[in-house]
Design a protein. Structure first.
Length: 362
């Protein structure tokens, strides 16, 4: 049974300079896209009661509240279903946020990135820091009590002090969740061909990340996943489903899903998706070895770590026997910590997590 769904809304008024996600400025095709998206959902969704529903993008807030509502009504949900919408802070009103709340959306994730207006302009964001503050205050008035802000660290011209100030300001806004992402310049983004000057190096990025942990934990945010912090009871249930390696639907262009041991992705070409939304662009049936490796890779992203008894039972292995040398290596170096039920990263381990996780991939 699949109880979680992701919906990709691919439209953006303008692509940010660091963004390599699949998004388009062709908003005139929005109505046609939503019609095709609805057909895909009706064709593939099996009417399970959803635990989580997540609208990502792109810029989902380019949808009207009525369009959100029409999509939500295609699913079985109840008062316990976490329904998240990503929002960009420009051009949002209290009226719109109240209408979103009435559709059943109960969690919003706002793309802030930084409170420094000059950096926002330099990276191609269309909002100001004041607009973020205004949207948070309006969202609270509209009745939202699960509000997340996204930040990027390692931005051009950004100092560790700038990032500290961003996070301190965020904690004063009365939000419940913060996601942090180190700047990555990937193929397909503006910065790849127009490399920015004055980028913080890897050591400064690491310093920023460690400072973020210190500041947010001091302000009652639990560090529950490598990139995510939340007040008690406000974890992102949708993202926890990913890290727990459970199944989920992926609807819309370029969306990814995982059902019955099969990872699939939808077409990334707009015309291809509109022509045939029912055919995945790629499907991969995972082997038991691949499922085990993903269980470890995803599970260690959680600050609680992995439960080796659960893994032993699920995959019929002895974790300590299979990975004994790797475990000893990183316990000795203090990059891994033994827990009551398995293992988790230390703070130093998080900084080297990609290298450590590679050791578990045979």
């Amino acid at each position: 049974m699949t109880e979680n769904a992701y919906i990709h809304i691919p439209f953006c008024r303008q692509k940010c300079k660091y963004c390599s996600f699949i998004s388009y400025p062709d908003i005139q095709y929005k109505e046609q896209y939503l019609q095709v998206l609805s057909k895909e959902i009706k064709n593939s969704y099996k009417n399970e009661l959803l635990k989580t529903l997540y609208f990502g993008g792109g810029t989902p807030s380019l949808l009207t509240a009525k369009e959100f509502g029409s999509l939500i009504q295609l699913f079985e949900t109840d008062n316990n279903t976490e329904i998240t919408a990503e929002l960009n802070p420009e051009n949002l009103s209290l009226e719109y946020l109240c209408e979103l709340k009435n559709t059943g959306i109960n969690r919003i994730s706002i793309g802030c990135q930084t409170f420094r207006d000059d950096i926002l302009k330099n990276i191609g964001r269309k909002h100001t820091s004041q607009q973020v503050i205004n949207v948070v205050n309006m969202a609270k008035k509209a009745g939202f009590n699960n509000i997340s802000l996204d930040f990027i660290y390692g931005l051009p011209e950004q100092t560790t002090k700038d990032f500290e100030d961003d996070l301190l300001k965020a904690t004063e806004l009365g939000i419940q969740h913060i996601s942090l992402y180190g700047l990555k310049i990937d193929e397909g983004c503006y910065f790849k061909k127009h490399y920015p000057k004055n980028l913080p190096d890897d050591d400064i990025q690491a310093e920023m990340y460690l400072k973020a942990i210190e500041i947010l934990v001091q302000n009652n945010f639990e560090h529950y996943e490598i990139s995510n912090f939340a007040l008690k009871g406000c974890f992102s249930n949708h993202n926890m489903n990913y890290w727990n390696n459970n199944s989920y639907y992926g609807f819309g262009i370029a969306a990814h899903g995982y059902i019955n041991g099969i990872r699939y992705s939808n077409p990334t070409n707009f015309a291809d998706y509109l022509l045939n939304p029912f055919e995945s662009a790629e499907k991969k049936v995972l082997t038991e070895k691949e499922k085990l490796e993903e269980e470890i890779f995803l599970g260690l992203r959680k600050l609680s770590g992995i439960d080796t008894n659960f893994i032993n039972s699920k995959y019929n292995i002895n974790f300590e026997n299979k990975y004994g040398k790797i475990i000893k290596k990183y316990l000795d170096s203090k990059h891994l910590i033994r827990t009551d039920c398995g293992y988790k990263f230390s703070t130093d381990g998080i900084l080297l997590s990609n290298y450590i996780l590679a050791d578990f991939l045979e």
